[in-house]
Design a protein around this ligand. Sequence first.
Ligand code: ADE
Length: 244
Amino acid sequence: MMKIAIMGAMIEEVEPFLNLGEHEPLLKYFKKHNDVNYGGNLYHEAKYKGLDIVLGYSKIGKVNAALTAATMIEKFGAEQLLFTGVAGAVNPSLKIGDLIAATQLCQHDLDITAFGHPHGYVPEGKVYVEPSRELLRIAKSVADEKEIALKGGVIATGDQFIADPERKKWIETTFDADAIEMEGAAVAVVCDQLNIPFFVLRAISDTADTDATFDFDEFLKHSSQVSSSFVLAMLDKIADGQDQ
Ligand code: ADE
């Protein structure tokens, strides 16, 4: 049975999958069989339509995201990873609530340009990491079937909440970025290095300008729901494909 990791950064981003009970979260869509606390995070193991699932959130930022992605793969045996969450829009065509699937991910705050390297690059690494084409294909077919507008684009990741037009512009011009967030590229590097097909989906919560913190608080919940619903539809498709 295929084991799939579903990961967010904040509890709000995976909450649509959970019924938060008084003492422990119950899984809404999945047949739950185990909860494991490991390395400061709670992982839910479950079953869904013939798929094994491990679900959890990492806490914010690249280090936390890398730990969770690696744990889901190495400790829980995840064979594919789907990331769900929210992002700040950089491309002006992306509005609050819109979905973007990463076609490339980069780290905008990785900087050894002092040694003549490009932004986002370290030796033996690459500036852009690419998600699984097969998972992108599945996402596209879900979007087509459900008539959901799904954009593809460059997601730039860094350990900074961007609420500054100048920094936003710099990330846009330096990396040709469409959206910014704080975990995607970390997950991408881990999965790429460990040969695990992965997919990063984000629904826009803000436009990374001066009012970004206000919008983020306002739209986090709704945009998280938009992204989670789409990931659930992808799981349905993956589960169907597995039966054939
Ligand atoms: N996630 C959602 N909005 C963001 C922003 N403006 N900066 C960084 N990460 C985000």
